[in-house]
Design a protein around this ligand. Structure first.
Ligand SMILES: *Cc1c(COP(=O)(O)O)cnc(C)c1O
Length: 344
């Protein structure tokens, strides 16, 4: 079905919130989820003692819908997001949307906002943001028994303003994003509050983002603020950190599959920060960042530059092109990653 799209400058969309037509909300009360309702309000009435506000009972997801060349709307690896949302909720003792309900909620929102799905080839996508928050009042520290599951969508361009151009990172030694036995491996709100002062400090000094180290030994690379880290070694191997405190990125997982196909012998292992000086290429990856090549990394008073620092390197470029071709339906999807959004 063809839908008349809203009039937007699709090729120059920022990665920013924009109002769309409707969002969907499901309520957990008396031990069960309701049927969910679509609403055109962007606001949530909330009790001032809600656990999400005081004690951080809040988790989110991020995924993208794309328009294919034939005009269908597809989502990328939605089952993985559904499962991760479930894991995030369970870890901080919230009611967890069953994965089937998560998928249904995303489809409802995409269908309600079809005119905001960026056209094929524009480089933009419909960014979908599911979240679960504790809404019931508590004054003592304990999980509540009332939750809200919301899914909204907003058309968005690339996360880093530069798009597919190398970024400039700095190794963060004074701030930890997540403790090794903490909640860094789930997408819960508190992790981002914990990392914000590091990211903002780096930006104020002219860097795009930080690279966090493991909190325990401060020797191994964990990840960047909003994205996982990977590198290509001198031997041509794809390596990405193995750590209990990084968010298991679905993009990274997909790149590992693609890297394997491309003969890059992918490996998850602890990555010592000293290794940045011997890598051939490095990059950040995530739904929002896709692949963002790293042009340079500063660590204390030392700095490494990959290539000329401003041109994307060949393997990052090849991985990027492979991934986006599959996501947008331009290349064969052998793994069942891409799902057509039914209806609409
Ligand atoms: C969401 C997120 C990522 C990327 O995960 P994807 O599943 O690829 O989108 C990486 N790191 C952090 C901290 C994140 O929150």
């Amino acid at each position: 079905m063809t839908v008349k799209k809203v009039d937007l400058d699709w090729a120059n969309l920022p990665f920013a919130y924009r109002d769309t037509d409707q969002n969907v909300r499901y309520t957990w009360k008396n031990g069960r989820w309701d049927e969910g309702v679509l609403t055109d309000s962007a606001h949530i009435p909330l009790h001032m003692a809600a656990t999400s506000l005081h004690y951080g009972q809040a988790a989110f997801e991020g995924l993208k819908a794309f328009e294919t060349e034939s005009g269908e709307v597809v989502v990328f690896r939605i089952d993985e997001n559904a499962q991760r949302m479930h894991d995030s909720c369970k870890k901080i003792l919230m009611a967890a949307p069953p994965p089937e309900m998560f998928v249904e909620a995303v489809y409802r929102v995409v269908n309600a906002n079809r005119r905001f799905v960026p056209p094929h080839g524009s480089g933009a996508s419909l960014y979908i943001r599911p979240l679960v928050i504790g809404t019931g009042p508590k004054v003592g520290v304990a999980p509540t028994d009332e939750y809200l599951f919301v899914v909204f969508a907003t058309p968005a361009g690339p996360y880093f303003k530069t798009g597919f151009k190398p970024v400039n990172l700095i190794v963060e030694e004074k701030v930890d994003r997540a403790a090794s036995l903490g909640v860094g491996d789930v997408k819960v709100a508190g992790n981002y509050a914990a990392g914000m002062r590091a990211s903002m400090g780096a930006k104020a000094r002219g860097y795009t983002e930080v690279l966090f180290l493991d909190a325990k030994e401060k020797k191994y690379i964990d990840e960047s603020g909003p994205a996982n880290f990977f590198a290509i070694t001198a031997e041509g191997q794809y390596v990405t950190p193995l750590s209990p405190s990084i968010l298991p990125s679905i993009t990274n997982k997909s790149l590992i599959t693609l890297a394997d196909e491309m003969g890059l012998d992918p490996l998850r292992r602890p990555v010592h920060v000293e290794e940045i000086f011997s890598f051939e290429e490095a990059g950040c990856c995530g739904t929002a960042a896709v692949i963002t090549p790293i042009g340079a990394i500063t660590w204390g008073d030392r700095k490494v530059v990959y290539g000329d620092g401003v041109t994307p390197q060949p393997i990052c470029t090849a991985l990027y092109e492979r991934l986006v071709a599959v996501q947008m339906g331009d290349a064969e999807d052998k793994w069942g990653w891409v799902r057509k959004v039914p209806g609409g």
